[in-house]
Design a protein around this ligand. Structure first.
Ligand code: C2E
Ligand code: MG
Ligand code: MG
Length: 754
């Protein structure tokens, strides 16, 4: 047995001759030549020379090798033997045979055509005066040149010994060159392997190829597992790859291997951090910087030669670097493909899985579903992130347990999960029941889940990315219907989305190129028809000259954040118009400006209003901000603070579209509000006997009780005006009086109507 450190030095333990013997063993496996023997080929047309040579060298061992003689009587015969025998060490070659230079031509054949460069050649000639050209000696790598009468036993022995020594050295170099080539090729191949397992399997194959033995062996990885305290670590040794009769052992722990010999070799190899080269087996150590080393066990039938040992050493240190890289790669791979929190594939992995599925061509009948937890951000905020994580893990587990067998499941983003499976299984009726039972958080808390779902059929898509996009659109659509809803992607949804995207681009451009403008609709005293002011209404005329209604483009602007810039611009633009009106003598008129929720939420909103008013030097009391009930009803302290701050500036506040969305009226008492605008839908119904009149009546009396001014918007008929006046409504706005008009038209209108 032999234990070798990394900087292995073997020469002390074997004589050079023994090493050559080992080398031969390897060669012999390939050629079936008896171990130790050195073959000498005698090529001569003279039988006497054959006999004399064999006799002279009979029974001798050269460098401890017995000799074996092969006989050829012509160049052609010699060639046949050379083609058959691959391990001839020395050729004793007669120069002059059937022709003057038959021997030299045979040499050329051997070196050039047969490409046999290892056999050593000793030329012999009967004529003492004849010597081959020096160039031939050099070009054909001829070892020696002798006249036949020089072939005494001693001279022959010396000459053949030198040739065999030289042959052995050439073989040794040749073997290590081949081995190094193998290592270089192996590293290349191993690096290309994806993942540790394939890499480890590759190691076995490569070592086996290097040693010229069958792939019988295994590779173990040693993981240092920290205990609960995180301080002490115990090594755990697991088989990561195995071949041949060991094949069944992958993923087993070292202790489970039933061969004591293997267990012992691997654990000694890992604990001594060294290669063990023993009778019939090698255990190789692959160090890794992380401390999680590898060990490979390979059955090798013979004791290894020094060359093989050297090669293994080079292999190990070379491969250790590759292993490190591979570990790194697989860690990166894991990070990209496996979600650590919920232990499910990631979005990337999911998209690849869909792509792969699409590439098989069976797309119809398959659906991608997205499951999105409702109000997850609020849950996180209310109960903490640890709780949120537990909810995600719980849902992941629920999905995995119920669908893991038949579907692909992944975590797509924060609180969204993806499922790929057969369409009959991936639909709301089948999935909803999975969320009926609450999740159990930390073994005690029951958490009832509400999820929104979106579905996309694979028949409609060309890529995994598309599938997720479509399903996300469906989720978005489901969300608009409230929590706990679902929707299926359709071509129409896709079309609508594309249109909206297009529209948003155009809106951006229109705003940037100042193609938006503001129209103004008068607000009047309902009884006297005296103009009190105007409401500013944004207008967009597109490239083709068509008007796009604000109901369509404002929600888009809100979703994209564009509304902030637009709102700032409307504010200034309309206050400047008001400034001009005041300058023209209409100094009691007010201006009402619509404020979107998004604008209201901006940190600098109050400041901006103050600044705009100051810029135009207007009395703040003549600036009114219209907010919707959704703004007012938002309980956040922030809203209340902002409203009070605005009030402190001196501006007035109106609740727009009043009556359309209220669920609670308590805010009316709490917030500093001046005016209620009765929504057009109720005004419409005034006079046609429907409930609308009653609601308008209720709003008006509520306003009276709370001391608020009431303005009715959308008045189109004189009848509506009269009835609203009778109900006690104070102010009016509507087509009956005037349509929204361009700034330039205001002067004339005031002139005609004031
Ligand atoms: P709104 O604030 O309730 O504005 C009143 C809407 O009713 C205006 O529609 C106006 O043209 C329309 N209207 C007025 N009188 C009548 C009538 O007698 N009959 C009918 N059928 N309609 C009448 P418009 O201009 O299309 O605006 C729609 C909505 O867009 C506005 O409703 C408001 O919510 C929003 N909006 C308009 N401009 C702006 C703006 O600058 N900023 C913000 N945030 N929203 C705006
Ligand atoms: Mg309004
Ligand atoms: Mg309104």
């Amino acid at each position: 047995m032999l234990a070798l450190s990394n900087g292995m030095h073997l020469s002390a333990m074997h004589s050079e001759d023994e090493l050559l013997t080992f080398l031969d063993e390897r060669e012999s496996q390939l050629s079936a030549v008896a171990i130790h023997k050195r073959q000498i080929l005698i090529v001569d047309d003279d039988e006497d020379v054959h006999q004399a040579t064999t006799f002279a060298l009979q029974g001798l061992e050269i460098l401890h090798h017995p000799l074996e003689f092969l006989h050829a009587y012509s160049a052609a015969e010699a060639e046949t033997i050379l083609l058959r025998e691959q391990n001839i060490a020395v050729i004793l070659l007669d120069v002059v045979m059937e022709s003057e230079d038959a021997g030299l031509r045979l040499v050329e054949r051997i070196r050039h055509d047969l490409r046999q460069t290892n056999p050593r050649i000793i030329l012999r000639t009967g004529q003492p005066g004849y010597a081959p050209e020096l160039s031939a000696v050099r070009d054909y790598d001829i070892n020696d040149y002798k006249t036949k009468n020089e072939l005494t036993r001693t001279r022959l022995y010396t000459s053949v010994t030198a040739a065999i020594r030289s042959y052995d050295q050439i073989c040794k170099l040749d073997a290590s060159r081949k081995g190094l080539e193998l290592i270089v090729a192996a590293s290349g191949r191993l690096v290309a392997e994806n993942g540790l397992q394939a890499f480890a399997a590759g190691i076995i194959t490569q070592i086996a190829a290097l040693l010229g033995v069958g792939a019988e062996g295994l590779v173990c990885a040693q993981e240092l597992l920290a205990d609960e305290s995180g301080e002490n670590s115990t090594p755990q040794i697991v088989v990561v790859a195995a071949a041949g009769r060991f094949a069944g052992l992958v993923q087993r722990h070292l202790e489970e291997i039933d061969s004591e010999r293997v267990r012992d070799a691997i654990s000694r190899c890992l604990s001594m951090k060294t290669n063990l080269i023993e009778n019939q087996a090698v255990a190789l150590f692959f160090p890794a910087r992380s401390g999680n080393h590898f060990a490979a066990f390979i059955d090798s039938p013979e004791l290894l030669s020094e060359i093989d040992q050297h090669l293994l050493q080079v292999f190990c240190s070379n491969i250790a670097v590759c292993a490190e890289n591979t570990r790194l790669l697989s860690r990166l791979h894991d990070q990209a493909y496996l979600d650590r929190l919920v232990k499910l594939p990631t979005r990337t992995a999911f998209i690849e899985a869909i792509d792969q599925h699409l590439s098989t061509g069976t797309t119809s009948g398959y659906t991608v579903g997205l499951i999105d937890i409702d109000q997850f951000a609020e849950t996180n905020e209310a109960f903490g992130h640890g709780y949120g994580d537990a909810v995600l893990r719980g849902l992941a587990q629920r999905l995995d347990e119920n669908l893991g067998e038949s579907c692909r499941i992944a975590r797509i983003s924060g609180d969204t999960f993806g499922i790929l499976g057969l369409s009959w299984a991936i639909r709301p009726e089948k999935l909803r029941p999975l969320f009926a039972e609450p999740l159990t958080i930390d073994d005690e808390v029951h958490h009832q889940l509400s999820v929104s779902m979106g579905f996309a059929n694979l028949a409609d898509v060309r890529s995994g990315n598309d599938a997720i996009k479509n399903a996300s659109l469906a989720v978005k659509l489901a969300r608009t219907m409230g929590p706990g809803r679902d929707a299926v992607y359709t071509q129409e949804i896709g079309q609508e989305t594309r249109e909206r995207t297009h529209l948003l681009h155009s809106l951006h451009a229109a705003f940037q190129h100042e193609r938006l403008f503001v129209a103004f609709q008068p607000q009047l005293d309902l009884n006297t028809r005296k103009p009190l002011g105007f409401e500013a209404l944004m207008r967009w005329r597109d490239d083709k000259g068509d008007f796009i209604p604000p109901d369509r483009f404002i929600p888009l602007a809100e979703q994209s954040g564009l509304i902030n810039g637009m709102g700032r611009w409307v504010l200034r633009s309309s206050l400047r118009t008001l400034r001009r009106l005041h300058d023209a003598g209409w100094s009691s008129l007010r201006m009402a400006i619509n404020v979107s929720v998004v604008q209201f939420q901006a940190d600098d909103f109050v400041e901006d209003v103050a600044q705009a008013i100051a810029e135009c030097e207007l009395p703040p009391a003549l600036v009114e901000l219209e907010i919707t009930e959704s703004v007012a009803m938002n309980n956040a302290a922030d809203v209340e603070n902002k409203l009070h701050a605005l009030k402190a500036l001196g501006v007035t506040i109106a609740i727009d579209d009043f009556g359309t969305g209220f669920s609670s009226l308590s805010y009316l008492d709490r917030l500093p509000i001046d005016r209620l605008k009765i929504d057009r839908s109720f005004v419409n119904n005034v006079g046609n006997g429907a409930d609308g009149a009653r609601i308008a009546e209720m709003i008006i009396s509520l306003g009276h009780k709370l001391d608020l001014t009431i303005i009715a918007e959308g008045i189109e008929t004189e009848e509506q005006r009269v009835m609203l006046a009778e109900l006690g409504c104070h102010e009016a706005q509507g087509f009956l009086f005037a349509r929204p008009m361009a700034a330039e038209a205001i002067g004339q209108w005031l002139h005609d109507n004031a």
